[in-house]
Design a protein around this ligand. Sequence first.
Ligand code: 13P
Length: 215
Amino acid sequence: MKYLIANWKANKNLTETNHWLDEFCQNKLTQIKNQVIICPPFPLIVPVYEKLKYFPNFSLGAQDISSFDIGSYTGEVCGKNLEEIIKYVIIGHSERRKYFQETETVLMKKTALALKYHFQPLYCIRNEKDAISEKVNFVVYEPTWAIGTGKNESLDQVLLLRKRLNLKPGIKFLYGGSVNEDNASLYLKSDKIDGLLIGGTSLNPKSFWEIIKQA
Ligand code: 13P
């Protein structure tokens, strides 16, 4: 079982999302055997959910979760707000660490709240120095230099990093960083890589579907 995860980051408006869905849903979604997880920006999660909720192999993820629980935190989106809609949440992405100064302490709080609401954290690390909570089931290796650059990490290096992490048995290990239709199969054919976190390429429904088909 492979996990193909789309991280749309801060892209698309509602019209563009509907176009993406119209095109994506022309494919044979019922024939998919792997797990596909779409992580749109917050306001676009529900429209995608409404369209894909009848397909058991598709689920929604959030790109972030507040480090505060329910309450008076204007502007925040907390676990309770996402309940019933998402199953996964990206935590520790290097863009959140860099642009929003998210520290290990904040990331641990977010992880705890994600688990409280029964979401699976998709826990991103930049290298083997980033701490990983004992409680997460998904670890995503995303070297910062490979994100959005068109330069993907070699399979050997990804596998070496995985080895260095010494993950507990059963923990899913994924790769992200300039994955596209041409290089996805390199990772997908390895039984040591459980899936891919895909940014830019997932914005195009045709390209994303090409990767899903290869898994
Ligand atoms: P790209 O696929 O655009 O390199 O982004 C990777 C990423 O950051 C996914 O979370």
